[in-house]
Design a protein around this ligand. Structure first.
Ligand code: FAD
Length: 397
């Protein structure tokens, strides 16, 4: 396959944003390795599961987002040799790079909870984390009139840490409007000691959950599932106890990790149990391989994995790559910015934005960020998708 100046692995939010920025800066000879013919705008999948957006609106052909002048190889990367500077592709060919951008995203480990892989997508079990299941979430929410609904959150790092609870609020608000909320027991299982990493937002979310009568199980995790019996095991890590819970609807979020081939590569951070790629938290450069950068869900950064974080990481990676290509030291710094649009009702949202220090970093500084707002819901539903397709993916924003 020859030698390439810049190879980008992954044509999702991160890979496309960086490639577009490099093209705008005049870099030629950029090669994108991406096997999928579809590009997804995943943040809307929560609203697909909540019946507020269509799945087709979250999908575009990959070819329509690959920047002009970027060479697209429609194959999977299966290995990286960082010493030899080669990527092995599915099918067995190799390509050689001068600079590498790692952006293949996160892996959903459906086999990480016994019984989950067999149950998801069947009977009354769904997940907004995969496009093939998200529309089914809404079908099941609409069908539910009474019984127990369980929403789970994995104990691993995950993309969009708020998504496991947002769908619980959308469902509860629907049931409230249908006047069946009183007949439905809602259990939200969260492995952390609080509902959210930043205490001020956690306090607001506690009130939201209480408003809907949601039972929140903190420090707890779904550790097994029996789809035939409609039963799951919740392990309480604080007390060390296990409880069997019957359900009539289950929204499950799988454990997540770096893709297996990344875990096994020399780029994986030995300090990351899930094998995420090592990167300096400010420059996003690999600590051992100076010609390798990582961003997006695959990078081992001490912040929440979101598309909003990618929006701030992409200019840093592109800028620092240009610095390194021109013999300069990296001059751009990422401060850990991430944002979680916490949908709390069918017409309300909290916009939680913060950095590595968990300091609020509001885009709209005049608005109290601890207040649920209709304007923010409208911003998520109608404002952000065009910003994504036309601003972020084209390297303009
Ligand atoms: P992705 O966008 O997932 O892209 C990874 C790409 O790599 C894919 O195109 C894939 O095909 C490709 N790839 C995989 N393996 C290989 C390989 N071996 N070789 C080459 N290419 C490969 N973020 C927000 O900011 N706000 C939200 O409200 C929000 N809500 C979310 C709700 C849900 C239900 C989900 C699932 C995600 C949500 N996110 C949200 C998170 C956001 O979608 C991700 O953080 C973002 O897409 C990360 O970008 P990425 O490029 O790292 O990964």
């Amino acid at each position: 396959e020859g030698r390439h100046r810049v190879a980008v692995i992954g044509g999702g939010s991160a890979g496309i944003s960086v490639a577009a920025r490099l093209r705008r800066a005049g870099v030629s000879d950029i090669t994108l390795i991406e096997p999928s013919d579809t590009h997804w705008y995943q943040p809307l999948w929560t609203l697909v599961g909540g019946g507020q957006a269509s799945l087709s609106g979250t999908r575009r052909p990959e070819g329509s987002v690959v920047p002009d002048g970027v060479r697209w190889i429609r194959r999977r990367a299966v290995a990286v040799d960082a010493e030899a500077r080669t990527v092995t592709l599915s099918g067995g060919d190799h390509l050689t790079y001068e600079y590498l951008v790692m952006a293949p995203g996160i892996q959903l480990d459906w086999n990480g909870v016994p019984g989950l892989a067999a149950a998801v997508g069947h009977d009354v079990v769904s997940s907004n984390y995969a496009p093939e299941y998200a529309p089914r979430t809404w079908d099941l929410i609409q069908r539910m009139r009474s019984g127990t609904a369980v929403f789970t959150h994995p104990a691993t790092p995950l993309k969009c840490g708020g998504a496991p609870q947002k769908i619980a609020y959308l469902a509860a608000d629907h049931w409230r409007r249908q006047k069946v909320l009183g007949d439905i027991r809602i259990v939200l299982v969260i492995p952390d000691p609080a509902m959210f990493k930043v205490p001020a937002w956690s306090q607001v979310l506690e009130k939201v959950a209480a408003r809907y009568g949601i039972e929140v199980r903190l420090r707890s995790e779904m550790t097994a599932l029996d789809g035939d019996a409609r039963e799951l095991t919740v392990t309480d890590h604080a007390g060390g106890t296990k409880e069997t819970l019957g359900y009539d609807f289950l929204h499950a979020v799988p454990p997540q990790s770096a893709p297996d081939w990344v875990k096994e590569s020399p780029l994986a951070d030995p300090a990351s149990p899930q094998g995420f790629v090592a990167a300096d938290k400010h420059t996003l450069r690999h600590p051992s391989y100076e010609n390798v950068f990582a961003l997006g869900d695959v990078a081992n950064l001490p912040t929440s994995k979101t598309g909003a974080a990618v929006r701030k990481q992409a200019p840093v990676v592109a800028g620092n790559l240009l610095d390194v290509m021109n013999g300069r030291t990296p001059s751009h710094r990422y401060d850990g910015y991430t944002s979680c649009p916490l949908v709390t009702a069918r017409d309300r949202m909290l916009l939680a934005e913060f950095d590595y220090d968990l300091k609020p970093t509001p885009t709209f500084p005049l608005l109290d960020p601890f207040k649920e707002r209709r304007s923010m819901w409208l911003f998520k539903r109608y404002g952000l998708p065009p910003v994504y397709w036309h601003g972020m993916l084209t390297g303009r924003l």
